[in-house]
Design a protein around this ligand. Structure first.
Ligand code: FA5
Length: 333
């Protein structure tokens, strides 16, 4: 090996580099080229290895030639890498451009169960009329659910409220009326409350009955209240909740804890009548039981079926639909 030969080889390598480097189109090809020239078994490494065969006096000169070529190639690689990276980024940006005219992705949004919506609407009407909301336990004692409401153990009216008993004295409340007793026992008149809540009865499920259902109880006790006030409150409520297109019918009924008693039916003209509530003037015996003086105050109450209100409002003809959790049904509300 001579210095001249080294010169020739360096020139050949430079020419090879010049030709190969113009053909590079992407970063992967550039990396392959780097390995080909600067890698451990690359063109330059082989040239550097060849220096050992030179006489020592010529090694420095030859080494300089090689180092110049190495520096050229390193700088060219660096510059090309920058160019290719910028181009790749620009291409990616062009490919990922946002199309603002595409419709957005629809994400399902949950909502309140129709029975909750209806219960809240009922509450709002009475809050506007000046009633407070009271609640009571769903596991009730026989005393509050029956006895205090003038329904003693052997009273035939117990058949109307076939019950789920927990033990001898406790049961799942069959109506929200026991909350009336709890409230009256803890407050002095005047009392003006509503009590929304779940009720349980051993009713056979059918289109208008469910063993678990919801009521909203109303109770107003004050001096001088009459059946006319009760009728007015019911009328105001029905008008506010249903609006035009609905008809109301009040007829006589019987409850041991009210006298006189009434029931209210509603229909959406020209549809079928549906009973929505039992109502009446609080029986003097009940007022005495809670420590009120029936000579001084009178009161009225009702128990309203929430499911029945929802059925009338939405034209649902089977109460069981509210409990099946079928999204095809629920998503309509
Ligand atoms: C009562 O429960 C009385 N506590 C109502 C009352 C309160 C009267 C205060 C007087 C004074 P009744 O059993 O009729 O009454 O039920 C009242 C309403 O609850 C019914 O009109 C109906 O709308 C609803 N309801 C009763 N049982 C069911 C049931 N199994 N499924 C769905 N709704 C029911």
């Amino acid at each position: 090996m001579t210095l001249d030969e080294v010169r020739r080889r360096v020139e050949a390598a430079r020419a090879e580099w010049a030709q190969a480097s113009v053909e590079v189109r992407d970063l992967a090809a550039l990396e392959a080229l780097r390995v080909r020239f600067l890698g451990r078994k690359g063109v330059l490494t082989r040239l550097f290895d060849g220096l050992r065969a030179l006489p020592p006096a010529e090694r420095a000169e030859a080494g300089k030639l090689l180092n110049v070529l190495k520096a050229e190639i390193t700088a060219a690689l660096q510059a090309r890498k920058g160019e290719l990276a910028a181009r790749a980024l620009a291409e990616q940006a062009a490919a990922e451009r946002y199309d603002f005219t595409l419709p957005g992705r629809w994400r399902p949004l949950g909502h309140l169960h129709p029975l909750t919506q209806v219960r809240r609407e009922i509450e709002e009407v009475f809050l506007r009329l000046g009633f407070d909301v009271a609640t009571g336990p769903e596991v009730e004692t026989d005393y509050y659910n029956f006895e205090a409401l003038a329904i003693p153990a052997d009273h035939p009216a117990r058949d109307d409220w076939d019950s789920f008993y927990i033990d001898d004295t406790r049961l799942l409340r069959t109506h929200t009326s026991p909350v009336q007793i709890r409230v009256m026992k803890s407050r002095k008149p005047p009392v003006r409350i509503i009590c929304p809540g779940r009720c349980y009865r051993r009713d056979n499920p059918d289109a208008t009955h469910s063993p678990v259902f919801h009521q909203v109880e109303l109770l107003w006790v004050e001096q001088g209240l009459t059946m006319a006030h009760l009728k007015w409150v019911i009328g105001e409520f029905v008008r506010a909740f249903f609006g035009p297109g609905y008809e109301m019918r009040i007829s006589a009924d019987f409850f041991p804890f009210t006298e006189p008693s009434a029931q209210v039916h509603i229909r959406k003209r020209p549809g079928k009548w549906l009973e929505i509530m039992g109502a009446g003037m609080v029986d003097p015996a009940v007022l005495s039981e809670v420590g009120y003086d029936p000579e001084e105050v009178t009161g009225f109450a009702f128990g309203l079926g929430v499911e029945r209100m929802a059925m009338l409002r939405y034209g649902v003809d089977d109460i069981r639909l509210f409990y099946q959790n079928d999204l095809r049904f629920l998503s309509q509300f």
